[in-house]
Design a protein around this ligand. Structure first.
Ligand code: EPZ
Length: 431
């Protein structure tokens, strides 16, 4: 397994091009199951989760064609993929693929809507929490599906097709909103989704589905009204910029000091993160295609309290990164996680670097340390891993992050992007 070695203490200066959003691209790719025509997506990030989903879609009978686009420096600045599901050859999503990536379970609604049946492995829990599927299942049942759990699989049938229904989510769920939104596009009649997630990735999906001929009202709100259509058509669509990658590199500039320009992105996608960074004493300037984040290495970071919330609140996917920043603040910070029950696995690893963090239930009290000191640490999930990279940029001496395959699931060429700004960072190939 590869590891990443960082020699910290170097300010970062330069430009980073933000990739397309993994968490938008995954549902957009799944949407190809709703039509027998071709869906082409550009600005596709080159990360492991995308490859895993391509494998899953191909075994449902989808034909996938990838086109790389190089900018001449060996950097792949966005790829395009064409996905054609002329016919669905298998409605089964096997455990071996879905266990690697929860987003694989999103095929449930679209397969059921198009084929009237689906057998999809339960994704199971993962490091950050139990992550049940009840909202997906209850919603599809309300639309007329009959679903059993058998041998670890969700076995669903709707022989007469799905019917429109009024569904109110008891918890805001990104995945359940996406799953039911896609299913509703091919259901008979009108579906209303109340208390729907409003994350920008949902808006991206609404826009692709609309380009495919779906009739959806309420884009960007928590009430989506979908008038089902008998068929959808193909479309060409550009994946939105990755707001979590944007926020992560903004925090890289903040923690290491220096000035980084982030391009091919949109500052308004991470307003809640930028508010916190500004309160912490970091400079943020919006530009036409992104933002510039800077901090004089001599000026201190202030402690700020943070609570994760559904969009437009502070994202849970940026919680580990802000905690890394707060470990070197002058002051204290209370970080509260409200979305997932177990998303503090980075705490013991940050502590190995000298961070002073006390967890009390869903909150972590972080007292700024004078200096983090490099050590060997272990990545446990995607965002926890990147928080260790960020801490390593600030730590003195050498930090080695082991098990970086988690990082490769969601960050494209992370070490290259940071090294181009002056970070002393190197990937060490494992056996
Ligand atoms: C998406 O996961 C993202 N993944 C996650 O990003 C992100 O952390 C999460 O949304 C919250 O923003 C993708 O988009 C691929 P949820 P998802 O359903 O859809 C509970 C990353 O690091 N819930 O919004 O699986 C659930 O347990 C990843 O890139 C139910 O109770 O998250 C959680 O507490 C990690 N029943 C809350 O809702 C359900 O049926 C929000 O989860 C579904 C969810």
């Amino acid at each position: 397994m590869d590891s990443i070695r960082i020699r910290g203490g170097k300010p970062l200066n330069g430009k980073i091009e933000i990739s397309g959003a993994k968490n938008a691209a995954l549902p957009l790719m799944v949407a190809c199951l709703l039509t027998d025509e071709t869906v082409t997506l550009s600005n596709l990030p080159h990360v492991a989760d995308i490859s895993t989903l391509i494998n899953l879609l191909c075994q449902h009978g989808v034909q996938a064609h990838l086109n790389g686009q190089s900018n001449g420096n060996g950097n792949c600045n966005g790829r395009a993929i064409s996905l054609t599901a002329t016919s669905i050859t298998s409605t089964e999503a096997p455990y071996d693929i879905v266990r690697k990536m929860r987003a694989g379970a999103l095929v449930l609604g679209p397969l059921l809507a198009r084929e009237g049946k689906a057998k999809v492995s339960l994704p199971g829990g993962c490091a950050i929490g139990t992550r049940p599927m009840n909202l997906h299942l209850d919603g599809l049942e309300a639309m007329g599906a009959k679903i059993d759990i058998d041998g670890g699989y969700m076995v669903a049938e709707a022989p007469n097709g799905l019917k429109g229904a009024e569904i109110r989510f008891e918890t805001v769920s990104v995945g359940a909103t996406e799953d039911l939104l896609m299913a509703a596009c091919l259901a008979e009649g009108t579906t209303v989704l109340e208390n729907a997630a409003k994350e920008p990735e949902i808006t991206d999906l609404v826009r692709l589905l609309t380009a495919m001929g779906a009739k959806i009202e309420g884009e960007g709100t928590d009430r989506l009204v979908i008038e089902g259509q008998p068929t959808l058509q193909g479309a060409d669509y550009k994946v939105m910029p990755d707001r979590i990658e944007t926020g992560t590199y903004a925090i890289a500039a903040a923690i290491a000091g220096g000035r980084i320009e982030l391009t091919n992105t949109d500052a308004s996608l991470i307003s809640s993160v930028l508010e916190i960074l500004t309160a912490a004493g970091v400079s943020v300037e919006e530009t036409e295609d992104g933002l510039i984040v800077s901090r004089d290495p001599a000026s201190p970071i202030k402690g700020v309290d943070v609570m994760t919330q559904p969009y437009p609140g502070y994202p849970t996917d940026m919680q580990a990164q802000i905690m890394a920043l707060m470990t070197v603040s002058k002051g204290a910070s209370m970080i509260t996680e409200t979305i997932f029950e177990n998303r503090f696995m980075h705490v013991p690893e940050l502590t190995r670097l000298g961070a002073n963090i006390n967890v009390h239930g869903h909150s972590a009290l972080v007292r700024g340390a004078d200096q983090l000191v490099g050590a060997q640490v272990m990545a446990t999930d995607l965002r926890a891993s990147v928080s260790l990279v960020l801490a390593g940029l600030a730590a003195s001496g050498e930090t080695v992050i082991n098990r970086v395959y988690h990082l490769d699931r969601g960050y494209e060429r992370l070490e290259e992007k940071l090294a181009a700004c002056g970070a002393d960072i190197l990937r060490i190939q494992g056996e």
